[in-house]
Design a binder for this molecule. Structure first.
Ligand code: PGA
Length: 244
């Protein structure tokens, strides 16, 4: 269960979140839990979660280790803060910041080289779903991106299926729709990396996951977890999701 805070919260607000959140998930041992705050809050989050089962992640990274790249942050820098995870290829990065399948692959390789655990996002836009292009779009994103990893690297990533039309809109994919997409992704993984990899890869669903719909989504064997935006910002609501 991963929380994507997007561009929300200050360090003080981050500290307050964990003061409320950690006691609520202290006994939650059935899943891994991670919070991905804005970069500037990572040290506060790492400090707050030290000695707990809650991990911390970034929301992006650049693929060079260092250099004259004003405004960018590298994998080794994130790793050095004590963060463990990094979200890559979120649809907001694709839509607003020029992310492509090729740069998703570059970032994923860089994250793995730095010892971070990538959560790589894929998902179709509304017009693509309406044109019955969902599986074709997922195939394009997979084949143009993370299919370029070697098998050993691929085994270390988590995939997040996030239909763009469900993100921040309050429209969740139905559990069946999400499971269909997850099956399609798993088939792509199987075709490229073999049946064992297809069975093993963890696929999170993301897009308006809330305390009241998480249980039905998680009832689908295809759905291994959730990537949660809005509902991860409040301690009680994200704890309810973790403890579905
Ligand atoms: P949402 O965001 O839960 O607010 O829809 C999900 C995401 O963008 O990861």
């Amino acid at each position: 269960m991963a929380g994507n805070w997007k561009m929300y919260k200050t360090p003080a607000e981050t500290k307050a979140f964990f003061d409320g959140f950690l006691p609520l998930v202290a006994e939650s041992k059935h899943c891994e839990v991670a919070i991905c705050p804005p970069f500037v809050n990572i040290p506060t989050a790492v400090e707050a979660t030290r000695g707990t089962r809650v991990g911390v992640g970034a929301q992006n990274l650049y693929w060079k280790n260092e250099g004259a790249f004003t405004g960018e942050i590298s994998g080794p820098m994130i790793k050095a803060t004590g963060a463990e995870w990094v979200i890559i290829g979120h649809s907001e990065r694709r839509q607003y910041f020029g992310e492509t399948d090729a740069t998703v692959l570059d970032r994923t390789k860089a994250a793995l080289a730095a010892g971070l655990r990538p959560i790589v996002c894929v998902g179709e836009r509304l017009e693509e779903r309406e044109a019955s292009q969902t599986e074709a779009v997922l195939a394009e994103q997979f084949n143009g991106g993370i299919a370029g990893l070697d098998a050993e690297s691929f085994a270390k990533i988590v995939i997040a299926y996030e239909p763009v039309w469900a993100i921040g809109t309050g429209k969740t994919a139905t559990p069946d729709m999400a499971a269909d997409a997850h099956r399609a992704i798993r088939a792509l993984v199987t075709a490229k990396f073999g049946a064992e990899a297809g069975a093993a890869v963890r696929i999170l669903y993301g897009g308006s996951v809330k305390p009241d719909n998480v249980k039905n989504l998680m009832a689908q064997p295809e759905i291994d977890g959730a990537l949660v935006g809005g509902a991860s910002l409040e301690a009680g609501s994200f704890a309810s999701i973790v403890n579905f």
